[in-house]
Design a protein around this ligand. Structure first.
Ligand code: NI
Length: 239
């Protein structure tokens, strides 16, 4: 009799424990999203935290220094085949004669940003001169696309507070440096991307090298299989 009670008690505890665990797990699952959000978090912080839990693996490819008459065209065709949107930071001095490529970028849904008129260190220039050059490139791009660029990538990332407070553009840097311009080896560039990439990253590439274009397309094929979705910088920052 004593033994029987012991067994019954043991079973009852097991059942109750299982029930409690399940209830706790369910409530944890329901509140998982809000669980880690600080009470004073603003909208942006909440969005960032949500993104971590949404399981979305978004990443943005950015291409500087173009357009290039051959390689940018190849890249655009490859991106279209793969249903991928990217961001192009155009160098004003490279645009002439390649207006159709810039138009194709826009038609294909890519984001077009400004990389300056020439490849100068903007923060080392006279601020007014730098701003004039930025605006001149904005106008060049707007004349083709009908839209004034909103995003700017200063060459080499050289930027300062004075420029920041004078221009009305959003500066976009990067957090994955592929060193594609230096390596000019598609295998090594693919490896640099795939090894470093994490959701939310902005990847720096240059569409003026054939090796960079090849690497970008190969990296897309690999990362799409890993569940990554490629979006423009704007989609990455706003969504
Ligand atoms: Ni550049």
């Amino acid at each position: 009799m004593k033994m029987k009670w012991k067994v019954l008690c043991f079973l009852a505890v097991l059942i109750l424990d299982g029930f409690l665990c399940r209830t706790m797990y369910l409530s944890y699952r329901e509140t998982k999203e809000t669980l880690f959000i600080p009470a004073d978090a603003d909208g942006e912080v909440i969005d960032d935290i949500r993104k971590q839990f949404s399981g979305e693996k978004l990443v943005a490819l950015t291409f500087d220094d173009g357009p290039h008459s051959t390689y940018t065209k190849e890249l655009l065709d490859g991106l279209r085949e793969r249903g991928v949107h990217a961001t192009f930071f155009l160098l004003g001095e490279n645009i002439e004669g390649k207006e159709d490529i810039v138009k194709q970028m826009q038609e294909d849904g890519h984001l077009i940003g400004n990389h300056g008129l020439t490849h100068i260190l903007m923060s080392r220039e006279n601020t007014n001169q730098a701003i004039i050059q930025i605006e001149e490139n904005n106008k060049k791009i707007q004349d083709i696309t009908g839209k004034r660029p909103e995003y700017l990538r200063p060459p080499f990332g050289y930027w300062n507070d004075e420029l920041e407070s004078t221009t009305h553009m959003t500066v976009v840097l990067w957090n994955v440096d592929t060193l594609d311009w230096k390596l000019q080896n598609s295998r090594k560039v693919v490896r640099n991307i795939v090894k470093q990439v994490e959701p939310g990253d902005i990847i720096l590439l240059h569409d003026i090298f054939p090796t960079s274009v090849k690497a970008a397309l190969e990296a897309i094929d690999t990362l799409q299989k890993q569940g990554y979705t490629f979006v423009t910088v704007e989609e990455l920052l706003v969504d």
